[in-house]
Write a protein of this length. Structure first.
Length: 200
């Protein structure tokens, strides 16, 4: 099986990689054959065997940060690479912003085509709406707490609910200083509660 550490690059051409995800016990061969027919070299196809939970997708989480501007990632369907619509909106928009081509063969979705650019442009709008919704819900919760008299100074730590909201804001692209202002906390406090993105 191809591993992320063996990602091939040449000085003159961007990388074209395939991503295959199967449940334990299922054969990856049908997906591999589809990607090879789409022009992906067999040695550039990465196979993930998972139980379906997002925490069990380590190959994907190692691969995506290694992609560079101009690279292509190909899968049979979008749900092979993204584990939810929200994940598609957030991660798909991030890949598009990094100028990484996304190609879902069976769904005929290609971010390099006019239709694909329109699709991911819509995803970008939804990502912005998602950030607004999370921020609004967070501010409403803080306002409700203040109305009940729970004010005081800067909190030394976040509640589990606040920590989850902080992570959602961070994942949707909100800068840490803005998150810190939202919770009236120091940026250093926020960093203790979020899982940073892997460096490119």
């Amino acid at each position: 099986m191809t591993t992320v550490s063996s990602l091939r690059r040449t000085p003159s051409a961007p990388a074209v990689v395939g991503y295959v995800r199967t449940a334990a016990g299922q054969s990856p061969v049908p997906q591999i054959n589809t990607l090879m027919r789409a022009g992906v070299a067999e040695e550039d196809i990465y196979v993930e065997r998972t139980n379906g939970h997002k925490a069990a997708w380590p190959e994907r989480d190692l691969l995506l940060p290694r992609l560079r501007s101009g690279d292509t990632i190909t899968m049979t369907r979008l749900d092979r690479l993204f584990y939810s619509v929200q994940n598609l909106i957030i991660v798909g928009t991030e890949l598009r912003d990094r100028s990484i081509r996304i190609h879902a063969v069976e769904q005929d979705i290609d971010s390099n085509t006019i239709q694909g650019r329109d699709f991911f442009g819509m995803m970008s709008v939804f990502a912005s709406l998602h950030r607004d919704f999370v921020l609004a819900a967070t501010n409403d919760g803080l306002a409700a707490a203040r109305a009940q008299g729970r004010t005081g100074g800067r909190p030394p730590r976040l509640t589990p609910e606040q920590a989850e909201q902080a992570q959602q804001l961070y994942d949707s692209g909100t800068p840490v200083p803005k998150i810190a202002r939202t919770f009236k906390a120091a940026p250093a406090t926020i960093y203790r509660y979020i899982t940073p993105k892997a460096a490119n």
